[in-house]
Ligand binder design. Sequence first.
Ligand code: ASP
Length: 583
Amino acid sequence: MYRTNTCGELRLSHVGQTVTLAGWVQRTRKMGGMTFVDLRDRYGITQLVFDESRDADLTARANKLGREFCIQAVGAVSERSNKNPNMPTGDIEIIVSGLTVLSTSDTPPFTIEDNTDGGDELRMKYRYLDLRRSAVRKNLELRHRMTILVRNFLDSRDFIEVETPILVGSTPEGARDFVVPSRMNPGQFYALPQSPQTLKQLLMVSGFDRYFQIAKCFRDEDLRADRQPEFTQIDCEMSFVHQEDVLEVFEDMARYLFKEVRGVELPAKLRQMTWHEAMRLYGSDKPDLRFGMTFVELMDVMKKGKFAVFDDAAYIGAICAPGCAAYTRKQLDQLTEFVKRPQVGAKGLVYVKYNEDGTIKSSVDKFYSQEDLLELKQKMGARDGDLVLILSGDNANKTRIQLCALRLEMGERLGLRDSNKFECLWIVDFPLFEWSDEEQRLMATHHPFTLPNPDDIPLLDEHPEQVRAVAYDFVCNGIEVGGGSLRIHDGALQEKMFKILGFTPERAMAQFGFLINAFKYGAPPHAGLAFGLDRFVSIMAGLDSIRDCIAFPKNNSGRDVMLDAPSELEPGQLDELNLKVTL
Ligand code: ASP
């Protein structure tokens, strides 16, 4: 037997037993004639003791062990005289009588401990060593546990897991595709799925009325902290359901996960907020509800023919930062710098301090009277000691998005974005289309298969931008964790959608003919959604980046620095694929 126990399980009750452990040398300390080795495996750390007075040879060998050597040790479990209450195995140690070095190790490029000295790139290059650190390993264990819980939950609700292919056809709607050349079909390419969207809809036509898949998805987009070129979705679809049926099942799933994983009880019914309300109050379709500071619109109060910036604005909005009236000049300058950063893009920031002593000080004292500012105070519901921060602009939605960034920044500064607090809600009634400045045309907000709100169908031809979708997002702590919609199951309506999205009938047929044809054979009404597993795990683990819950993630340039991928192909491979690189 390689080992009788793990490095995490021995306690006082094992004292007197002879055990064999196997693992990695985290650290060695020599104290007089004694040598102590911290032996680590996936389950924990156990202290090994070598005593020169009992076995000089063995202790001499122990003194030669280097960091990260892989070893096997046999010995007796013994009660420690110096107990370590911070370690689960801190009451015992192993008095070693036999040692085998299974593998030696080069000096690792960074310390393999909770607080490592390794920078990001180095840790990614040696990710297999990084994964030995308990901080990272715990996230993968949590991820495993969540997928098991998800599978059990969905199985208990009659969902069946079906795998869909990874080599599919390109559908250049939405993000960019990753493509794969086909050797057997010269000049032709597969694409990796951006999601199993159309395939799961076909499964509904096949009669599998509850489908799910823990599915890998691929999108060739610019990366951010919460995006990877490949990511995992808990992908689901159901037939014969209304929106409320879908929300109920997945609310139950979220409730179950939060309870099992974090011991947190979500409310019996989650709040639903329309997209319009979310934009009006929070300037975001994924509002962080862990704190208030909702927007107040000030068009009536501030447009008084006194201050040209406000008089010309299409939108004036403000938040009230409680207890921040004492902000110094420097702090206010920092906030102004913050909103002017290119990522935020505001032209400037107006502040009004309602001091504790009842005096008022603002950056627009020149333009507004004390009465004006008292009127503002009332409108904002501000109290003495509060700071009102105002943004304005000539595009209402853009200004709201800027004010959203400021609200989140203030939430951060005031410590209101506690990662142990969870505020989940549904956002509903999204617009069906959004205007793309880049493409100069309407694009589907979610995807072209989303059902328009039946009440808005008369608007499709004349005012498509006003049409609401029967679509919903699951939002937690300001992060979009999941999203989905009711689908179009009527071929004629689907064709109309393609037309509005600028597809010619030929192009629609070439790309989505399989779906259009399938809908001719008794397509059931259906709906679905997908949760981002990586995001869900990172929220549960309180991580800032999804990278930390992915075993082998890519960096910000989409590279795997460990595998050194992507990389060039051998000329022979290119020939075989009929490819020529023109760089
Ligand atoms: N396929 C969609 C997505 O990946 C989710 C859905 O509508 O089910 O965002």
